[in-house]
Design a protein around this ligand. Structure first.
Ligand SMILES: Cc1ncc(COP(=O)(O)O)c(C=O)c1O
Length: 371
């Protein structure tokens, strides 16, 4: 596979474990295994007695059933378990796209969404949203990108990195455009549950449209990225089958303890996502205060969903060197927007418990910043 280096993950690999604070993580504060097990009577005994054989390729019956209950029109066998959303993206693109296919990807985006599609040989167009339009969704621009050979559309809402949420009318419009042309929709819903106002939650794409695959994981809204468990739901098995076939060449199946713990987490969805939404809401107030006090240097389109936001930095600052300097001297990891092809921005991650302390450290270093 020929693919561009993953700028974001390289930055994290370089700095995540050698800084004191991560101010840019998209995952929310995690839980110990003990706290997760305490959610359900008998869970600890089940984990200790679990046999460590290969789970089924499509995922354990228990996990598929727990995942299916989060949808309205999905049965257990409409769910395929994968080892993290990252694997889901890789498998979906490589199973469903190839040379001669055209794909449209909503950008800016988590790099896999665009680079893995290119690596599968597809011609990729970007449905680019812009800071100048308050990261607004332009359906006409999307319609203008459609071609006779367009096969797949990737969307991500709630959105990383902007923290925006597709309005309901736009979501309906996207589904209609896709249905008119029988496009496959790969709907990355890994931040579902983190709508700051839960009333604004959208339906899952797989409930709304038969040719949609909804991708979700326990990594973000549940705070459990270390489990490396995700799932794809679609009522169209002709889409899931080639993905499952390709999975036989990547992981075959997921980790048995991971599947058990993920099933427990899914049965306690409300408890876990209420906790992460509260963390994000509290941290958003801290971020608001910083943006207000430092408005000569930073500004943003305030996030309304998810666990991240993009902050625009004044032109006088060279963002890449500033982020490198902060990681080295302030020991704060602040992700430069260049990894999203947004070089005037940095990403804030709003889901960590030590966010206030991290912001205070950043604030202390803002005056001595290099130009
Ligand atoms: C939009 C989006 N999709 C997928 C992923 C990958 O998630 P996972 O850690 O479950 O592989 C991320 C991670 O940041 C993401 O932001």
């Amino acid at each position: 596979v020929r693919i561009r280096p993953f700028g974001l993950e390289r930055f994290f690999a370089r700095w995540e474990f050698s800084t004191d604070f991560s101010l840019s993580s998209s995952d929310c504060e995690t839980l110990s295994v003990a706290r997760l097990l305490a959610l359900e009577p008998g869970a600890q005994e089940r984990l200790l007695e679990l046999q460590l054989g290969y789970p089924p390729v499509e995922g354990s019956a228990e996990l598929r059933s727990a995942a299916a209950t989060s949808y309205e029109r999905v049965e257990d066998d409409d769910v395929l378990v994968v080892a993290a959303a990252e694997e889901g993206i890789f498998l979906a693109y490589h199973a469903l796209l190839g040379p001669g296919d055209h794909a449209i990807v909503e950008t800016p985006c988590y790099a896999s969404a665009v680079e893995v599609a290119r690596s599968a040989g597809a011609d990729v167009s970007c449905w680019q949203r812009r800071d100048a339009d308050a990261w607004g969704y332009d359906l006409e621009r999307l319609a203008g990108l459609l071609r006779p050979d367009t096969k797949l559309l990737y969307v991500n809402t709630p959105h990383n990195p902007t923290g925006s949420q597709m309005p309901r009318e736009t979501f309906d419009g996207v589904m209609e455009l896709a249905a008119e042309r029988s496009l496959i929709v790969l709907s990355d819903e890994v931040y579902a549950g983190l709508e700051h106002d839960p009333e604004r939650r959208l339906p899952a794409a797989c409930d709304r449209y038969e040719n949609a695959i909804s991708l979700n994981a326990v990594s973000k809204a549940y705070g459990l990225p270390g489990l490396r468990v995700a799932w794809m739901a679609s009522r169209n098995h002709a889409l899931l089958e080639p993905i499952a076939d390709l999975k036989l060449y990547t992981t075959i199946c997921s980790s048995a303890p991971g599947e058990l713990l993920a099933a427990i987490a899914l049965r306690h969805r409300e408890t876990l996502t209420r906790r992460t939404r509260k963390l994000v809401a509290d941290n958003l107030a801290v971020a608001d205060d910083l943006v207000e006090r430092r408005d000569e240097l930073i500004s943003w389109v305030r996030p309304v969903a998810g666990s991240t936001g993009l902050v625009r930095v004044a032109d006088e600052i060279d963002v890449d060197s500033w982020c490198g300097h902060l990681a080295e001297h302030a020991r704060v990891l602040l992700l430069p927007g260049s990894v999203f092809d947004e070089p005037r921005h940095v990403r804030l991650g709003l889901g960590r418990r030590n966010f206030g302390a991290a912001i205070a450290r950043l604030d202390d270093h803002l005056d001595g910043r290099p130009r």
